[in-house]
Design a protein around this ligand. Structure first.
Ligand code: HEC
Ligand code: HEC
Ligand code: HEC
Ligand code: HEC
Ligand code: HEC
Ligand code: HEC
Length: 378
């Protein structure tokens, strides 16, 4: 009897299992009613006021400081080049609307330049890409902080990884002359009285590129390896915090405060020996003797079948010169020079135009300077 009970019980259990299997058929039932809302959690503790609060940048107090320092800056007192006439290419960097066109379209629309002005706030700033500063980073409402493909060689891109990318847009050599390099002829034709990179090779110098890397006793440091690039930036040195509107901020004058963290034993005012060595290099460049080139009907240099420039036999004394009438300095003579002479001249002008006395990239400047001097002395 007990066994029978047990068998019945087992049958019930077995049927139950069958039932379970039937109901496990994958037809979903209707969704259940929503549960009740939970109880509100406890408010979190307020965080410290971050830079990301709107008023930290958008207050009259902040604005007054920015305006006062901007007024003292070279940007704030700049002027428009190529405002009228054919020099749209100058307005890329030397005007407000020209720069806006350049950033947006990569070229300047001459029609948009009639109401142009020098550099102003809107040249660099427009609107925020994001208000989620915590996750997306602070963009300072800058028109562009993207990496920059260079004018002189669009295949070379500089990325300082922050707001300093804004500087590279303008502080790079203008597309002008080919950087001298050995091409098999051993010669380079300087067909301008303004040889060298146009004003502003600061970004390329900080990166450690676009000198003429002439061989010599000092090795060239790795690209982008300078401590001033990896541990500092255009913005950290030139736009540092300050209580004096003529330093840092929007004056773009360097602050000593931005140097002392690293230069604890005093801040060097230039790369050691820079002024002396530049004078030596300049002297050598004024003594270089080249040759006048044959000109075609349009005044351009003539080359033979092998690509060698054709000279007239008339010597040209000096590659870099000061005009004898004192009207200008550090200009170039037109003529055929050796590649090494042209490289040394390119490097001299690069170091001069950089305007930091070797500070932007001490090791790269040292190599360019020493190796150029050696090349002319040999
Ligand atoms: C780190 C500094 C900074 C912070 C923080 C900041 N902004 Fe800005 N913002 C700027 C700058 C710089 C500009 C462009 C120059 C200007 O107009 O002041 C700008 C421009 C703007 C503009 C466009 C102005 C115009 O005239 O078109 C708006 C809108 C704006 N910000 C709103 C905000 C709001 C809202 C917040 C907070 C969520 C905020 N910003 C936080 C720096 C900042
Ligand atoms: C729109 C182009 C443009 C941008 C962007 C720009 N600059 Fe300039 N900068 C110039 C021009 C052009 C001058 C020369 C003054 C003039 O003629 O307007 C100049 C001058 C300067 C000077 C003073 C040079 C002197 O001889 O006294 C400093 C320093 C400077 N810029 C640093 C910076 C830094 C740092 C940045 C990035 C935050 C920057 N600039 C972004 C175009 C620009
Ligand atoms: C790619 C950007 C760029 C272009 C294009 C450009 N410049 Fe400049 N220029 C600069 C910068 C940046 C400076 C300031 C940097 C410095 O002083 O080292 C400057 C400085 C100058 C200066 C010296 C100004 C001073 O205050 O001492 C002159 C002159 C000048 N440029 C003329 C021109 C002319 C003319 C053109 C067109 C043929 C032109 N530039 C095109 C970026 C540019
Ligand atoms: C040559 C480019 C340039 C010009 C011109 C310029 N700014 Fe800026 N501005 C910057 C850059 C770059 C930063 C971000 C600096 C940083 O990363 O710390 C900045 C930061 C700011 C900030 C936030 C940080 C601060 O200094 O309080 C404000 C506000 C601002 N700019 C307003 C202005 C106003 C207003 C003008 C015109 C009077 C102006 N800017 C002109 C490049 C420029
Ligand atoms: C390690 C700090 C440092 C960094 C990084 C730096 N600079 Fe400079 N820069 C200097 C010093 C120092 C000078 C020389 C200033 C002087 O002679 O009064 C200078 C000079 C200049 C000048 C010449 C005008 C002047 O004020 O005499 C320009 C333009 C300039 N820097 C732009 C830039 C740009 C653009 C960048 C980024 C590509 C940059 N700098 C990065 C420290 C720095
Ligand atoms: C992140 C650290 C750091 C900061 C910030 C910094 N420097 Fe330097 N600086 C160095 C280091 C490291 C060297 C030597 C190595 C080299 O050549 O890069 C150096 C080298 C130099 C040199 C070359 C000295 C020589 O004769 O070889 C000069 C000039 C210089 N710094 C000036 C400055 C000035 C001016 C500032 C501030 C505007 C500054 N530095 C900010 C780290 C820094």
């Amino acid at each position: 009897m007990k066994n029978l009970m047990l068998i019945r019980l087992l049958i019930v259990v077995a049927l139950g299992l069958l039932f379970v299997q039937c109901t496990s058929d994958p037809i979903p039932g209707p969704p259940g009613a929503d549960g009740m809302d939970g109880i509100d959690g406890i408010d979190g503790v307020d965080g410290a006021d971050g830079i990301a609060s709107c008023v930290s940048c958008h207050s009259d107090a902040t604005r007054d400081i920015v305006d006062a320092s901007f007024e003292l800056s070279a940007h704030g007192s700049g002027f428009v080049f190529g405002f009228t006439g054919p020099r749209e290419d100058c307005t890329f960097c030397h005007s407000n609307l020209g720069h806006q066109d350049f950033v947006a379209f990569g070229e300047v629309d001459p029609g948009s330049l009639s109401s142009n002005s020098p550099i102003t706030c809107a040249t660099c700033h427009d609107s925020h890409d994001t208000f989620d500063f915590e996750n997306d980073g602070i963009d300072y409402a800058l028109r562009s902080i993207e990496p920059v493909a260079l004018e002189l060689d669009p295949n070379t891109v500089i990325d300082f990884g922050g707001t300093s990318n804004n500087c590279t847009l303008c502080h790079q050599p203008r597309d002008s002359y080919v950087i001298p390099a050995e091409d098999g002829t051993g010669k380079y034709v300087v067909a301008t009285t303004r040889f060298g990179p146009h004003h502003g090779p600061q970004s390329t110098m900080l990166e450690g590129i676009m000198g003429a890397n002439i061989a010599g006793s000092v090795g060239y440091p790795g690209v982008a390896s300078a401590t001033h690039r990896t541990g500092a930036s255009c913005v950290s040195c030139h736009m540092g915090e300050s209580t004096d509107v003529s330093e840092g901020l929007h004056s773009w004058n360097v602050t000593e405060a931005s140097c002392v963290a690293c230069h604890t034993n005093g801040i060097p005012s230039e790369l050691a020996g820079f002024t002396e060595d530049m004078a030596i290099l300049k002297q050598l460049l004024t003594e270089v003797v080249g040759e006048e080139y044959e000109e075609d009907s349009e005044g351009n240099p003539v080359f033979d079948m092998e690509g060698n420039p054709v000279g007239t036999g008339v010597p040209v004394v000096g590659l870099i010169i000061d005009f004898p009438d004192g009207s200008d300095t550090d200009r170039s003579n037109e003529g055929i020079f050796t590649t090494a002479e042209a490289q040394a001249a390119w490097n001299y002008m690069t170091l001069l135009e950089d305007q930091s006395r070797g500070t932007h990239n001490p090791a790269y400047s040292r190599a360019l300077l020493t190796n150029s001097i050696e090349a002319l002395q040999n």
